[in-house]
Write a protein that binds this ligand. Sequence first.
Ligand SMILES: O=C(O)CCC(=O)C(=O)O
Ligand SMILES: [Fe+2]
Length: 323
Amino acid sequence: MSVRSRRGKRGPQDKNGAPEKSEPVLQKGHSHEKDLQRVQEVTTKRILLRVTFIVLTLGIVALLSGRGDQSGLTTFVKQDETVQKRILDVPCSKDYKKYEHFEGCTPRRCGRGVMDGLVTQNEAAQLLRIAKRGLALGGSNGGASILDLHSGALSKGDSFINLYQMMKSNKDRSVFSEDDFSLYRRVKNRIRSAIAEEFGIQQDRLHLTHPTFFSRMTTRAAKTVHDEYWHPHIDKETYGSFDYTSLLYLTDYSRDFTGGRFVFVDKEANSTVEPRTGRVSFFTSGSENLHFVEKVASGTRFAITVSFSCDPKHAIADPHLKS
Ligand SMILES: O=C(O)CCC(=O)C(=O)O
Ligand SMILES: [Fe+2]
């Protein structure tokens, strides 16, 4: 609105018809220029006030939404870096007190680690072929499918089938070879040694446990709770037997899929591990390592969850060719 148009308009009046004080008006005895100057000053002040208010409001909104992002995420390991070993010690949660203690195995030191050199690119590529071959025989209707080489559990539709039973009734033994199983065992043993060394425990007291499985995650909408991998969870509570969790990634974040980063939920700032082919991520399974996987936004993500227990009752045998 121009100064001129404001001048031409009468402001609010008191009961005598005199203008109220707050409105800039022409006063008798003032020169025309002075009146004009005053009206300009008041108008400028008002505009400045309004601009200041708008800027402050936008600033607060930006600050609040920005804080959400920042406290939201830091990166523990990026996809495009190669780490020989990155370890972060985290104080063990008090939960361990409520579980049975297994000397030489139950975590006394807790934390997380990532190693890129433990599994070769060739080994990861062969494991990916095994995962694809097995999962091709089933597959969830929703976005998450699993294949457990130990039990034979395989996602199919809205539930699971047993791949080994299916192979038996089809008299089909060609899906996996003894080489596949021996590679799986070798890689599992290497991961177990690395965990034992990092946490200062005895590897023969660390037992492979159920469930240990290949996973395939896609952008498909969830059809059952088994498809909802993005909820924050504590492995020790979700799976019961876990004391140490490890993950072996078979595809690359940002190349094979987007979204799908692994996220540790921490007080200060959440922290991500970006999947990279052959990358092993491991951590103690208590509430010091609350975590989730982001929803996959594009592409397909493959990984293996290899889990270990200190409790011999929860030990499972290595997978082998079923006869
Ligand atoms: O695949 C991952 O990165 C994590 C999966 C996971 O949290 C789990 O299997 O419990
Ligand atoms: Fe988990």
